[in-house]
Design a protein around this ligand. Structure first.
Ligand SMILES: [Zn+2]
Ligand SMILES: [Zn+2]
Length: 219
C-alpha cells in the first residue's frame, strides 16, 4: 500500500482490513479483494494500528466506498478526526535526523484527510463478533494508541510496533516512547505467536523477534 503494509482478515460475511496505506491506494485493495470474489463493501471493519499517514492515507476513501466501521484506540481518536499527527521521534541516529527535518521543515509530512471514528478500544477488543478467533491489544510505544492484533493465538499483526526493514533487528526506527515500546514487546512475547506481520517489511518468525528482544532488553 505504498511504503506500508495492509492486511485483510477473512471474517464472517466479509473481511476485516488492517490499516489503509498511503493516499491513493484504494484500487490496490479492490484488486486483492477481487481475487476472493469480493468487493469494497465486503469490508466490515477497518482496524487502524495507529494514526500515521502511511497507515490512514486511503482511509477516508475506503471508508466512504465500503461503509465499513473504523476502529482505533481511544488515544488516537482525536488525531484521526483532526487529520494531523506529529512525525514520530527517531530511535536511531538517521531516524532522529529524519524526524527533526519532518517536524521542523516539512510540516505537511503527516497530514491526511480526517475520518470519523466508529469504535474506540481501551486495553483489549475481541473479534469474535466478526467471526474471527482473534483480539486486539493496546501496544503503546511507537505511538500512544498503537495496537496489535493476535489471530488464533498464533499470528500477530503488529503495525509499527515491530518493523522488519533491517536484516538483524525488528526495532522500529521511530517511537515516541521507547520504554513503553519495550513493555509492549514483553506483552506481545507472552503470547508465543509463531509469525509476525509488521506495518513495514515482510513477515518474520519468532526467532528474529527474540534476537531483537535480547539485544534491546538486556541493553
Ligand atoms: Zn507509524
Ligand atoms: Zn508506518
Amino acid at each position: 500500500m505504498g511504503k506500508s503494509n495492509s492486511y485483510l482478515i477473512k471474517a464472517k460475511d466479509g473481511f476485516i482490513l488492517v490499516d489503509a496505506g498511503m493516499p491513493g491506494k484504494t484500487e490496490r485493495v479492490i484488486k486483492v479483494l477481487r481475487e476472493y470474489d469480493a468487493e469494497l463493501n465486503d469490508i466490515k471493519l477497518i482496524i487502524i494500528t495507529h494514526v500515521h499517514n502511511d497507515h490512514v492515507g486511503s482511509l477516508y476513501d475506503i471508508k466512504r466506498k465500503s461503509n465499513a466501521s473504523v476502529l482505533v484506540h481511544e488515544k488516537e481518536k482525536n488525531i484521526l478526526e483532526k487529520g494531523y499527527n506529529k512525525f514520530p521521534d527517531g530511535t536511531m541516529f538517521f531516524s532522529r535526523m529524519i524526524s527533526s527535518l519532518a517536524n521542523n521543515v516539512f510540516f505537511s509530512q503527516d497530514q491526511f484527510i480526517p475520518v470519523e471514528v466508529d469504535i474506540i478500544i481501551k486495553d483489549e477488543f475481541d473479534l469474535l463478533d466478526y467471526g474471527v478467533d482473534g483480539r486486539i491489544l493496546h501496544t503503546p510505544g511507537h505511538t500512544e494508541g498503537s495496537v496489535s492484533i493476535i489471530i488464533e493465538e498464533k499470528f500477530c499483526l503488529t503495525g509499527d510496533t515491530l518493523f522488519n526493514m533491517f536484516p538483524n533487528s525488528v526495532y522500529p526506527p521511530f517511537a515516541n516512547d521507547e520504554e513503553k515500546l519495550i513493555e509492549s514487546w514483553k506483552k506481545l512475547r507472552e503470547n508465543n505467536c509463531i509469525k509476525y506481520y509488521p506495518g513495514h517489511g515482510k513477515d518474520f518468525g519468532l526467532k528474529k523477534f527474540d534476537k531483537t528482544i535480547e539485544k534491546h532488553i538486556k541493553k
